[in-house]
Design a protein around this ligand. Sequence first.
Ligand code: GAL
Ligand code: ZN
Length: 687
Amino acid sequence: MTDVIFGVDYYPEHWSPERWPIDARLMQQAGINTVRLAEFAWSRLEPREGTFDFSWLDEAIEIFMAHGIRIVLGTPTAAPPAWLIQAHPEILPVNEAGQRAGFGMRRHYCPTQPTFHAATQRIVEAMAEHYHQHPAVFAWQIDNELGNISNGNRCHCPSCHAAFQQWLQRRYGSLTRLNQDWGTVFWSQEYTAWEQIPIPLQNVRSWVPGSAHNPSLYLDFARFTSESWERYQHFQMQILRAHCPQHLITHNLMGLFPYVDYVALAEELDVVSWDNYPRMPTSRNASQGNWSPSRVAMAHDLMRSLKGRTFWVMEQQGGPSGWGSLSPTPLPGELRLWTLQAIAHGAEAIVYFRWRTSRMGTEQYWHGILPHDGTPRRRYAEIRQTGEELQRLGALVTTSLSAEVAILRSYDVLWAFEAQPTSESLSYDDQIGRYYRALWRRNVTVDLVTEKRPWTSYKVLVAPCLFVLSDEVAAQLRSWVEAGGTLVLTFRSGVKNEQNVVVDLPLPGALCELAGVHVTDYTVLLSPEAGPPSGGPASLELSIDGTSHLLSTDVWMDELEVSDAEVLGRYCGGPFAGTPAITMKRVGAGRVIYVGTSLDDAGQDLLIGKVLSEAGVTPGIPSPDNVEIVHRVYENVDHWFILNYGTQSQEVRLPTGGIELLTGKVTSETVTVNALDALVVRSQPDA
Ligand code: GAL
Ligand code: ZN
């Protein structure tokens, strides 16, 4: 199929069959060519154990097929039905507080529970057998948003506990080794039998955020649970592959969601898809203004980087969202703008959540394209226009992006900081976001990688707070820098080995020599509201190419001793006044920048400017605040997506004139982009 996949999530089981053809016709008129179905419909597909009913779904699919619409089928395992839970209450997960979930939500299952695997096999196999040759079905979505459980972040049930102990046995081989690697002599925690090893329930007392369990145990448990989801996905995958080898298989991920290693989860999938809600009731982040487009851009870039290729958006926000309370409605133009942002960052499919707003159930406030009453109004008109426009972009949409800069976002680091948040002012994703934002504001394309994804092809690798670091990764970093890479390191790097034990070296541990500095002291900087002594914020003087700038710093300060590096910045105040704060060392053909503190947007921008020019990265096209420009190359021709998130119209100056593809109009080098509008310009120097 050459059309861009343009779809909606639809739940025929929520509406009477008389409505289905009306919806299908409205969809067809709006250019919808794909629907995702059946995602939570287990109780209708298997009303009693082993009794299946596909008749209603067949009928719905027939109707869509008659309207030229193709089908992505969801396996319904995120919503185990009441009869299954009644027969097997052990399926219900146990949260970190040790409480067993009750029936009443979704995702109320444990991923390691054998009775749940048996039930999964029954329903997935029956669906796969029934639909393997259906002409309208072309893809599957496994489950829904694997990762958390209905009442918490991870399952702590007896089945998971036993599986965790076995996992440890395989990983460490002997208790002697585990005891040594974890340092269990601390507080007499030495284990003499595998069964003694606890699961990190919150039944130990912590008087500060984080966990009071041994951090080594905690990190291994996070790795184990992440792998449990991988294994559960693989379990479904095998069944689908065996019956439907010609179908694509995906799973809908959640962007920056921290509890599953998405690189590992994505590995087996044919394509990554994800659920993009730019205006979630919970994603308001005061420090970044309201809902921030750079945060959404970063999530898209992470999703694209998982497989290093274009991805799908399986749920694109279709209206105001919320369960108990709502987010403000998308402004006129925003659904289209968010769609084009996704496409700009590498989405090759857009599926809106959801077609029509549900009248019942928990998500009555989670609005779809159609309102509760089913009448097509503003949002319908907007997506119809958007769909038409997307088809004009054609195969540009399926070409991938190429980045010269990557940011390292490590799951081990996320989980180690979960156990030890380190400071109330430190958030790993905030630190990553500060670097990302500086790059985004300069319209430089960024990939997000982990230690495990190949990153050696980039010119620049920014690795904020590389808290957990193996010797192997340290060695890879060194040889990549020597060969010409530009590495940005920050405070809290090289602190822990892979067992989450602090290294027996000055910091940044295995990276000291590479960075040419070592840390002689450090302090957290709390927000001034914490009252004295908060430590901060403080300031530093950064000198770039002979000009010095006074910057403010927060979160953290390393006191550095320089053995072999150029000093770019020094603290002007605080306990380490006068000592180096930011350094650069040339190593072989490359360089390492060490940043001992955390900078605000202005400082971050200066620093990133320096890094990019040192590394010879192609500069992005400058744009005013709130305007993003994404560069794409298709048919060897430059294309620019110009996205204005602000409420004022703005001008940008492109390297050449061109054709605006959504309208077909010829543009000069200077183009005006209206408030909440998006343009896609194909370069045409003689236009
Ligand atoms: C997503 C989920 C959808 C729907 C939506 C609104 O995370 O995949 O099924 O629940 O959120 O809550
Ligand atoms: Zn469990």
